[in-house]
Design a protein around this ligand. Sequence first.
Ligand SMILES: Cc1cc2nc3c(=O)[nH]c(=O)nc-3n(C[C@H](O)[C@H](O)[C@H](O)COP(=O)(O)OP(=O)(O)OC[C@H]3O[C@@H](n4cnc5c(N)ncnc54)[C@H](O)[C@@H]3O)c2cc1C
Length: 441
Amino acid sequence: MLNSPSDASFKFMPNTSLCCLPKIAVVMARLKVRGEDFGVVPFLMPLHEDGHLRSGVRVTEIGYKPGFGLDNCITSFDNVSIPYESMLSEGILSLKQEDGTVTLHEESSRKRFLMAMQRVQFGKVCMAVGGLGVGKASLYITSKYGKRRKTFSVEGDVPLVRYHSFSNQLVEYAAGVIVQSFWAFDLGLQAFEYESKRGSIPERLKTEIAISKSLTTWFARDVVVKCRELCGAQGMFSMNKFPGYYAMVNGCITAEGDNLVIMQKAARDLLSTSPELPDRPESPQVADLFDILKENYLSLHSRVGSLLSVKEKSDYFSLWNKASEDMMDMLKSLGAMYAACSAEKSLRNENHHLFLVEIYLLDCIEKLSASMAFQGSVSLDSLRSLQSRKGRLVSERRSEILDLIDQFGLDKVGLKTPISHGDYVEWYSRQHNEGVESARQ
Ligand SMILES: Cc1cc2nc3c(=O)[nH]c(=O)nc-3n(C[C@H](O)[C@H](O)[C@H](O)COP(=O)(O)OP(=O)(O)OC[C@H]3O[C@@H](n4cnc5c(N)ncnc54)[C@H](O)[C@@H]3O)c2cc1C
């Protein structure tokens, strides 16, 4: 029998649907046999029968959630019978149908829970990929708009992209989106290989997936917000896509584990072991930047680690709060190293594209410069010269990266908007004239 024992156990947010579409849920529920609790186990559960919700399944609409196609709901269960075969506990525990004997295949209840939750790792990778996809689409639309929209200059009217205040942002964000896409792709492959060959994903990889999901989706949100702004008022209209993208990328930040929460878990796991680092990239123009981030990571790991190494449990929470910003910088340094390594491995043979990794790492270092200066891991003079190096590189590679952004538009139909396709002035004037015509009729 499946039951929601209290109001707090009603599930908020699943995509369980009010309509008659037959849905199948995977419900995470505590397995209790004759009063004994064996922890949380997944159960496969058809929610509908003959076009209606099954008896005992209650689904209620939460309310309007702008920008989403998903019908998220509140869902609860009242004495719903589920067959024995619905329990998805292979490798975790087995339940003998005849007499209810439970055999644990893993003694630690925490480990059993993490095994039951393993599928969420793939969900996290999907959030990262989805977020980066939204980032690429935003850059594509914005770059097209920037090439068409003319504005004044001392040389006469010029397209917006001729202004570096416009195009440098596209260039820097595009480098970040491309590098992090290699990372997300690499993590998806690694997780798939581990699961299919060994049945489980190592903790080290789960930590990296959590860091990647958080850093990529936060980055993608920055891209959407900035691209909206770069498209002016046009960026505010649904037909130009940004309002929908903004809602979607926020969903990626929260779903499959809120970013901040999974980052804190990743920090805790990393701090409980001696630091493990990705291999140093082979390419010299990337390796020196990797070393700077490594230095910052190690310095923060040691600083936060010693701050939290208190004997008294009562002090731990306030120290945790005190260390939380350093923890985030520690993970940002490590995440940038991981992302750069994945991209460098893939681009090593096409040496001419390594500048993307270089720009990404220089950008990460710039964002972490306050932390680095404070740690003393990099001098102020070095930070200034790294900033100039980034400026030079962005200038040299601007047109190449703008060309790469054009290739983000593989799905031309999905990205069709008035400001990214054809002449938007002509599009708006047509709407306007048709509007005048229909008002006359
Ligand atoms: C689009 C979408 C689809 C979803 N689909 C599903 C689904 O199909 N099935 C399903 O089961 N769930 C689903 N969810 C739910 C999702 O898993 C949760 O929303 C998510 O885990 C965050 O939990 P919460 O909403 O309760 O936020 P809260 O936990 O209330 O978080 C609120 C804020 O508090 C902060 N916070 C919370 N805990 C801590 C902590 N320990 N330390 C520091 N800060 C903290 C967070 O960073 C966040 O900013 C979906 C969510 C979204 C947005």
